[in-house]
Design a protein around this ligand. Structure first.
Ligand code: AMP
Length: 278
């Protein structure tokens, strides 16, 4: 079992080998969604590093940061069960932010300012600040990210290009509970009642996918938004259809192009996001 709290210990360990490295960045409270990324990394690399770091700067809401589920002991057990040779990097804030907690401005443009970027100011700069640090420290050959956070994948691809990083990004499909709810560490914070309501999020995406086959996008979204008005326990923050690569808004489907539907909804105090390919 390789459990390290400092990057220096990991670098000392890596310096002794010449093996391929796969990195899976996480904020912990691991679930089978994270585990799917780790398993994929194990197939494709000789060494796998799983980082567990709740990055304080990417939370614009103090309560969200305080309440974010943390379960290091159980995370370590889960990782050990997958493969006892996985390297766990669980740093203190100062190991990654060193002298001061500052966020780099990457200027991601449109893909950074839309959807999540609109509702969580500076979120992607904060994510990219930490991911760039991890890439520069461990120089992984490959890094693994989930489609659950699809916009984040676009951001990391952009980061790799912008910062000229030699990392291959692999995106992994969203793992869901049997009722369709995308697995998320935040699901642990839902009450039983809220958990019962939560699958509406995925059902809404499927509904959009189905309806746009025969109806104008604008009218589909308008009707669904209205339906949400009568479900006060679930507050719709956004429901959008965007071009998959540029995130540009879409009025009409062009069969040559790829699109995705994105949703963010708040149940009680918990904000959940999801997206699907159309
Ligand atoms: P997080 O710990 O929430 O920052 O997530 C760490 C990584 O796991 C990110 O790349 C996420 O996109 C990915 N991930 C989170 N939930 C899921 C899921 N349900 N299915 C697949 N990947 C996921």
């Amino acid at each position: 079992m390789y459990y390290f709290k400092t990057s220096k210990e990991i670098l000392d360990f890596l310096n002794k080998t010449n093996k391929s490295v796969g990195l899976v960045p996480t904020m912990g409270a691991l679930h089978p969604g994270h585990e799917s990324l780790i398993k994929k990394a194990l197939i494709e690399n000789e060494i796998v590093i799983v980082s567990i770091f709740v990055n304080p700067t990417q939370f614009d809401n103090k309560d969200d940061l305080i309440n974010y589920p943390r379960n290091l002991e159980s995370d370590v057990k889960k990782i050990k069960k997958i493969d006892s040779k996985i390297i766990i990097y669980s740093p203190l804030i100062k190991d990654l932010y060193v002298d001061n907690i500052s966020v780099k401005d990457f200027n991601f443009g449109f893909i950074g300012s839309e959807l999540e970027g609109h509702f969580r100011k500076n979120h992607f700069n904060s994510v990219a600040t930490i991911v760039e640090k991890l890439f520069n420290l461990f120089k992984p050959n490959r890094a693994y990210f989930g489609e659950k956070d699809y916009q984040q994948i676009l951001i990391i691809k952009n980061l790799i290009l912008k910062s000229n990083l030699n990392v291959e990004l692999t995106s992994c499909p969203t793992v869901r509970d049997p009722d369709g709810l995308a697995l998320s560490s935040r699901n642990d914070l839902l009450s039983k009642k809220e958990r019962k309501i939560a699958p509406i999020i995925y059902k809404t995406l499927l509904n959009v996918k189905n309806k746009i086959k025969n109806e104008q996008i604008e009218s589909v979204i308008f009707k669904i938004e209205n339906e949400f008005e009568s479900t006060p326990s679930l507050k719709l923050e956004y429901l959008e259809i965007r071009e998959a690569l540029s995130l540009k808004p879409v009025k009409k489907i062009n069969k040559e192009k790829k699109y995705r539907a994105f949703i963010s909804a708040i149940i009680g105090k918990i904000r959940l996001i999801d997206n699907i390919e159309l």
